[in-house]
Design a protein around this ligand. Structure first.
Ligand SMILES: Cc1cc2nc3c(=O)[nH]c(=O)nc-3n(C[C@H](O)[C@H](O)[C@H](O)COP(=O)(O)OP(=O)(O)OC[C@H]3O[C@@H](n4cnc5c(N)ncnc54)[C@H](O)[C@@H]3O)c2cc1C
Length: 481
């Protein structure tokens, strides 16, 4: 029996492991379903992959890095992830090819069953399976007829030749916006299938010469830069929640200016202008997307020439008919909202988490649930943040999880869970606060919402408020036995 099992090996799992080590808990295992560890940035190797939050903030606090760009590219993020795994000797704890298919509460401990037939037991479980880790490909008509090669952007097939080929990319969200400029000059033709356009702001990126990058990684300076970026981004919440006027000033107008500056054709501009309030979906930052869309070998298909489905040689559109594609890339996103935990979790009294969450996923501080003792969900319901670094939120959760683990370390304590009243009070507060946010009222449907339109991915406010709630451990909100 282990003290803790951590599911996953991305930043969520890594920060959990570091937090445990800081508490001198070394009896933990990290289970990773893939044949390699590291999560998001080891998995997403598509051309152009990069972070869209400034790297000094999108990094683990107290773990500075010599970033060559303000917005790090995938390879640096992968190196950074691996450097943390090496530094904290986490490879000794990680078990690869270990997909959890069931976690079951056995009265005083958890039993985890793996797809490889093994099982293991632990007093506590930290689920860090990632908010955007299960890719989704919608069902299109006649997909089975298509004879070419297709794959999801999350699973880029580097051995598939795209140079000089007819390529199509389905989707126009954050990943597509990075991929399209990176491949447009390599392919013979590129068909871009856009369901809805997104708001884009300029990407204020800089590359740093090695000497400067080293200075910037000097811990006090790194902390100062991180602090400045954090507060600059945090101010956006005022616009997202409290001031439509400010949102227009700092979001809508700059985005329109960016579009006007980069796109001359009024027809194309019309196709690229969203009909929802900026911020309702994640704002994308790019200087290269609009120029790429205007290359001679690229055709943009929007709702006016809707995708009907596939034919054996490519994609069929309502007006343009059959368009050839040797390779189709699905940049169609992730199953973020409706299956926050995709395997079976059975708690006290044989209650299934999927049953408890049948209306919508909910958790105290987005982390713990009544009936599921000693079970902690990293990046759980309503912990998403559209304006700042996901790692900031993950580290906030660790403050709460660590306090719960402290309780579990006491000899007399076997379990901790939030009371149903405390969870309900927290959830009611979250959804009441959500009413005034752009994520609820912005007139879009996004992965922030579940199928019923309830915003279940985002925290409705300042991230420092969330952190302060996580830090202020309220023992009276918990059942400790
Ligand atoms: C392309 C892309 C770009 C992004 N860009 C940004 C950004 O710019 N800024 C930002 O703040 N956030 C961004 N994110 C969000 C990103 O998910 C978080 O920033 C962060 O990496 C989440 O870390 P995690 O450890 O929770 O999840 P992940 O890194 O996804 O790790 C989860 C791990 O759990 C494993 N796993 C899942 N289910 C099981 C199971 N049943 N059993 C065993 N293992 C399992 C997965 O294989 C994976 O390795 C991006 C996400 C993607 C996909």
């Amino acid at each position: 029996m282990h003290a803790v099992v951590i599911i996953g090996s991305g930043f969520g799992a890594i920060t959990a492991a570091i937090a445990l080590q800081k508490r001198n808990i070394s009896d933990f295992v990290m289970l990773e379903r893939r044949s390699f560890f590291g999560g998001t940035w080891l998995q997403n190797t598509y051309p152009g992959a990069a972070v869209d939050v400034q790297s000094p903030l999108y990094s683990v606090s107290g773990e500075p890095y010599v970033w060559s760009h303000l917005f790090a590219k995938q390879s640096e993020l992968a190196d950074y992830t691996e450097s943390l795994i090496q530094k904290y000797l986490l490879d000794q704890h990680i078990k690869l090819n270990s997909e959890v298919i069931e976690s079951r509460w056995m009265g005083s401990f958890w039993r985890l069953s793996l797809a490889n037939g093994k099982s293991l037991e632990a007093k506590a479980v930290i689920n860090a399976t990632g908010p955007l880790s299960t890719p989704v490909i919608p069902k299109f008509n006649n997909m089975a007829d298509y004879q070419g090669v297709s794959f999801h952007s999350n699973d880029w097939q580097h051995d598939v030749e795209i140079d000089g080929k007819d390529v199509a990319i389905v989707g126009s969200g954050a990943s597509a916006v990075q991929i399209i400029p990176a491949i447009v000059d390599r392919v013979k033709s590129l068909a871009v299938v856009q369901r809805t356009p997104h708001w884009l702001l300029p990407r204020m990126d800089w590359s740093f010469p090695k000497w400067l990058a080293r200075i910037l990684a000097f811990r006090p300076l790194y902390t100062l830069i991180r602090w400045c970026i954090y507060w600059a981004l945090e101010l956006r919440v005022i616009a997202f929640k409290y001031s439509p006027f400010l949102l227009k000033l700092v979001g809508h107008y700059p985005a329109l200016r960016h579009l006007r500056k980069q796109v001359e054709s009024p027809q194309l501009r019309a196709k690229l202008t969203p009909d929802f309030t900026i911020g309702c979906k994640r704002i994308i930052v790019s200087n290269t997307y609009y120029p790429a869309l205007q290359k001679d070998n690229l055709r943009l298909f929007d709702a006016s020439d809707a995708m009907l489905g596939f034919w054996e040689g490519g994609i069929e559109f309502a007006i343009s008919g059959k368009v050839k594609a040797d390779v189709v890339v699905f940049a169609t996103g992730y199953d973020a909202a409706d299956s926050m935990i995709s395997y079976s979790v059975i708690g006290q009294h044989n209650i299934a988490l999927s049953q408890q969450w049948k209306d919508y996923p909910r958790a105290y501080l987005g982390t713990t649930m009544p009936n599921f003792p000693n079970f902690f969900v990293v990046t759980g319901p309503n912990t998403g943040i559209g304006h700042t670094s996901a790692i900031f939120v993950i580290e906030s959760q660790m403050k709460y999880i660590s306090r719960c683990i402290d309780e579990l370390q006491k000899e007399t304590v076997t379990s901790i869970q939030p009371s149903a009243e405390a969870e309900m009070k927290y959830t009611n507060m979250v959804h009441a606060e959500m009413q005034r946010t752009v994520w609820k009222n912005g007139g879009c449907s996004s992965w922030y919402q579940n199928k019923q339109g309830k915003v279940i991915a985002m925290f409705p406010g300042f991230s420092f408020i969330y952190r302060s709630m996580c830090k202020r451990f309220k023992k009276s909100d918990h059942l400790i036995r």
